[in-house]
Ligand binder design. Structure first.
Ligand code: ATP
Length: 365
């Protein structure tokens, strides 16, 4: 049996609850394909921060690098400033591993109601550039407190980084329904986004089989609501991808349903995580929806070369969601994290259910 090293970082709040519900499903789905997930669990997050002053040890990224992929729960704690945990853990991992592309698939699920009257058949992959744009921290504030105070937030866009995200997105479109929409605001922002247009036009020339269009971000916000089925792959900058993917996730059923992955095209490891945070308002009550984590886990299985196992997880999620008795409270039901995940496990076709053996990582150092 092939052994695939996988890092698991449950984190805080509902993170450990949804991760504990997900891991047995991933292990069982991999076993269907004759593969064993060799899981190393790390105790990184707020508790560790409170104990040691650091959410993750200094060599944390190196420890994750020895795995093929990582499953991440959530970070956040009412007693710890958000930026300490987010920058000290998940953003540090993204930066240290140079995870250039953020993937956010969004689809509707039969049986799950959404704010849209007619969202059925929505199936979109948002490919978000993950390292630059408006989120580089370049800029500053001068004359603090004065009426004349000013702030500069400088967006950074570079040809090679745009091209790298574009190639990933075109490859994904080619493997899906062959349509790619580039989202910019090049009519009003004449430097960075005209570079996006030019670079993505060049990359598009290598993919004549992919139908390619450019859509301004404001028009795309309207189209996501009015005609979500007209979309396949969206390619967007860091800022626009961030905003549109939350809009799309809610349209398709809410934060509890939204998975994501951070990858460096062609490289290991990828880090896969629910879009939602630690949800302290429901943590410890056993009612968190595990679907976002389960679907992030399916993306992890794709990433480590087990597409059959990934598809089996998605099929089983669909089967479990089709029965409203399994729905957690965010979906309007009375189900729990474990009953919904248990229904997914039971729906895996011909799934043997091996025991999960977790070993402690060096997270204590
Ligand atoms: P954090 O500070 O960690 O970002 P947050 O509560 O500000 O936490 P989220 O964790 O994303 O942000 O939660 C936003 C809202 O969505 C909360 O009301 C939360 O209960 C709900 N929510 C998020 N994830 C889930 C889930 N998996 N199942 C059910 N409800 C969820």
């Amino acid at each position: 049996m092939a052994k695939i090293p996988v890092a698991v970082i449950p984190g805080d709040g509902i993170g450990p609850e949804v991760v504990a519900a997900t891991v047995p499903v991933l292990v069982a789905a991999a076993a269907r394909e004759g593969a064993t997930l060799a899981i190393t669990e790390y105790d990184w997050g707020a508790e560790r921060y409170l104990r040691t002053g650091a959410a993750m040890p200094a060599d944390g990224p190196d420890q994750v690098r020895s795995a093929r992929a990582a499953l991440f729960g959530a970070v956040g704690h009412p007693g710890v400033p958000d930026h300490e945990l987010v920058w000290g853990l998940i953003i540090r991992l993204r930066q240290a591993l140079d995870l250039a592309v953020n993937l956010r698939p969004v689809r509707s699920w039969p049986g799950v109601s959404t704010p849209l009257r007619d969202a059925e058949g929505t199936d979109i992959l948002i490919v978000r550039e993950n390292t630059e744009g408006e989120y580089t921290g370049v800029g500053g504030r001068v004359r603090p407190g004065a009426d004349a105070e000013i702030a500069l937030e400088v967006a950074v866009h570079s040809r090679a980084v745009i091209a790298r995200a574009a190639r990933y997105a075109f490859d994904a479109a080619r493997a899906r329904r062959g349509h790619l929409a580039l989202v910019t605001k090049s009519n009003a922002m004449r430097h960075g986004y005209t570079l996006w247009d030019a670079v993505v036009d060049e990359v598009a020339a290598d993919y004549p089989d992919v139908r390619y269009e450019r859509v301004l971000v404001d028009a795309m916000a309207a189209r996501l609501v009015q005609r979500p089925r007209s979309l396949d792959v969206l390619l967007a900058s860091n800022l626009f991808g961030d905003i549109l993917s939350d809009l799309a996730a809610v349209l398709a059923g809410g934060l509890g349903m939204a998975p994501s992955g951070n990858v460096l095209p062609g490289q290991s490891p990828g880090v896969f995580e629910s879009v939602h945070g630690s949800a302290p308002d429901i943590a410890g009550r056993g009612i968190a929806n595990p679907v976002a984590c389960l679907l992030s886990g399916a993306m992890l299985l794709d990433h480590v070369g087990l597409p059959g196992a990934a598809e089996a997880v998605r099929t089983a999620v669909g089967a479990a969601l089709a029965d409203p008795a399994n729905h957690t409270p965010d979906l309007g039901g009375a189900g729990t994290t474990t009953t919904l995940a248990g229904a997914v496990l039971a729906a895996l076709p011909d799934a043997p259910v091996p025991a999960v053996t977790a070993t402690g990582g060096n997270g204590q150092s």
